[in-house]
Write a protein that binds this ligand. Structure first.
Ligand SMILES: Cc1cc2nc3c(=O)[nH]c(=O)nc-3n(C[C@H](O)[C@H](O)[C@H](O)COP(=O)(O)OP(=O)(O)OC[C@H]3O[C@@H](n4cnc5c(N)ncnc54)[C@H](O)[C@@H]3O)c2cc1C
Length: 497
């Protein structure tokens, strides 16, 4: 039996690669895989390639774990863990516990220096653990910046400027992306910030302007509001989280406003500049919003420039992403790409899956093409928003027939005991076959609750399969089975319409 190595599952956002028992010596005749970029797209692929017998080198310029571990997923979710403490404490008085700090007084309770020190220590430890795991598995790790020299050679420049050349049978590009910035709002790391610079702050921003209301903007806006900052969320769209389930986004916007956040819809930020003691953000209609700090969260750009891709014949999209098919092949045989640099879906779990798929394809293992319709995703706000399968917008866009039901969390007995009101469970199913097509859970820890729906979508279970499965009483997951029971009457031979 394989004993799981202690550092994989907690460290890896998506690791499912079992440790290799007793690392085999690299066969010098085995194919050489060179992975450029050591984030989840890269390091997961490296582990799979080793398991499949290849010689593997990972080239990484910043630190193993990539942006996912060092600046994005791990730090943001660790910061949110502290913010959650306050959101939970808010329920205190209702549950008969004294001691919640009113929003205005929270600032004094938060030691941001300690919070950020913990965030960075955790990220650093995870990066080191991933590094150790790769080396233990026999992966060579080379520190430096890689670029293609044709389709089967990678040149690596190290910190001293020295260049080494690596011949490769297979190359995997997993170089990720970096925050998009505006030329009129250049980050200075002190007051005008990208999300990678937030953890350098030693004091909680008094009034934080968040530009951008996508997932990243919404997560940080919610977290800083909970920690005690006044937050102004500037959104160029009609509502926060455009592109997400509309009911979930509306609910979250309502929660944000009820917590005292200022949400400015249809407001496009044109520029940001420093003032004597803070920042001023000018909107495209001329209005000016003042704050102590501004976070620019307007998306990311792929790290694909200067990589020698065009010269090697690797096709890029207009946005600079590497074009890949569902098994992660680029336009050049032997060159694969995974993760945020492909623009397929910016999630650590998708990056890891693309990387694993690429290696299986390149090294002749069984390959399952990427199925985006099965991806589960979560927005770590309070409440969280978890989704899986086809969204309602996609179902409509594709003209699919479907039945749906939404059960408010407020009706769930466990939610009542926990004093949870904001949230719901929504399911979509095929009207004839009753097969579950997708779902949305809006609730605290929705990221944990979505899994039964993910199983249903992945294995084409019907609403009756879900409804007939026991749930614990009382439990939040009871609402998932209950929603399936409601759909039992609306789908299949039982349909009443
Ligand atoms: C704030 C924030 C929070 C997020 N939270 C979540 C979440 O909760 N869950 C989730 O699933 N996703 C989350 N994401 C998305 C997730 O971070 C990305 O999808 C994931 O990091 C993509 O992995 P990757 O391997 O493609 O790239 P990365 O993690 O960006 O890694 C790429 C690596 O390549 C290296 N590199 C780049 N160019 C070179 C080069 N030329 N030579 C050598 N090395 C190079 C970089 O240094 C980097 O280490 C979040 C994103 C952000 C911005």
């Amino acid at each position: 039996m394989n004993t799981p190595s202690p550092d994989t599952s907690p460290d890896s956002p998506a690791s499912t690669v079992a440790p290799t028992p007793g690392v085999p010596e690299s066969d010098p005749r085995a194919p050489h895989v060179v992975v450029v970029g050591g984030g989840p797209g890269g390091y997961e692929a490296a582990l799979v390639a080793r398991r499949l017998g290849a010689r593997v080198t990972v080239v990484e310029r910043q630190g193993l774990g990539g942006a996912a571990v060092l600046t994005d997923v791990v730090p943001s979710k660790t910061l949110i863990a502290t913010a959650e403490w306050f959101t939970t404490a808010e329920q205190g008085p209702e549950l008969g516990v004294r001691g919640d700090a009113p929003a205005g007084e929270r600032r004094d309770l938060v030691d941001l220096k300690a919070v950020n020190a913990r965030v960075l220590a955790l990220a650093d430890a995870q990066s080191r653990d991933i590094h150790a795991r790769l080396e233990r598995e026999g992966v060579a790790v080379v520190a430096g910046t890689g670029r293609l020299d044709g389709p089967s050679r990678v040149l690596v420049e190290d910190a001293s400027g020295a260049t080494t050349s690596l011949d490769a049978d297979t190359v995997l590009l997993a170089v990720g992306a970096t925050p998009r910035t505006l030329p009129t709002a250049v980050p200075d790391g002190e007051r005008i910030l990208t999300w990678t610079q937030l953890y350098r702050l030693t004091e909680l921003p008094e009034r934080l302007i968040v530009v951008g209301s996508g997932v990243t903007g919404a997560e940080f806006a919610g977290a800083y509001q909970a920690l005690g900052s006044q937050v102004v969320l500037v959104s160029s769209r009609d509502r926060v989280l455009p592109g997400e389930d509309m009911d979930a986004a509306e609910l979250l916007e309502g929660v944000f406003r009820s917590r005292g956040m200022t949400v400015m819809s249809r407001s496009r930020a044109a520029s940001a500049e420093r003032t004597a003691d803070g920042v001023a953000v000018t909107l495209s209609d001329g209005r000016v919003v003042e704050g102590s700090h501004v976070l620019i969260a307007v998306g990311a750009v792929p790290s694909t420039t200067g990589l020698g891709l065009e010269e090697a014949g690797v096709r890029l999209s207009a946005s600079g992403h590497v074009e890949v098919d569902r098994v992660s092949r680029t336009s050049v045989p032997g060159v694969y790409a995974a993760g945020d640099c492909t623009g397929v879906l910016p999630l650590a779990s998708v990056a890891a899956t693309q990387g694993r798929t690429a290696m299986a394809h390149a090294l002749g293992d069984a390959v399952a093409p990427l199925k985006l319709g099965r991806v589960a995703a979560n927005i770590f706000t309070a409440p969280e928003i978890a989704t899986v399968g086809l969204s309602e917008a996609k179902l409509r866009e594709r003209g699919y027939r479907y039945v749906t039901t939404t059960l408010p969390l407020a009706r769930n007995p466990r939610a009542k005991m926990l004093s949870m009101r904001d949230g719901f469970v929504k399911l979509f199913a095929h009207p004839d076959a009753g097969v579950v097509l997708g779902g949305v859970v809006v609730a605290p820890r929705a990221s944990e609750l979505i899994f039964p729906i993910t199983l249903a979508v992945a294995h084409r279970l019907t609403v009756d399969d879900v409804a007939d499965s026991f749930t614990v009483y009382p439990s939040l997951s009871g609402s998932i089975a209950e929603a399936a029971r409601v759909l039992h009457g609306q789908s299949g031979p039982n349909a009443t319409d």
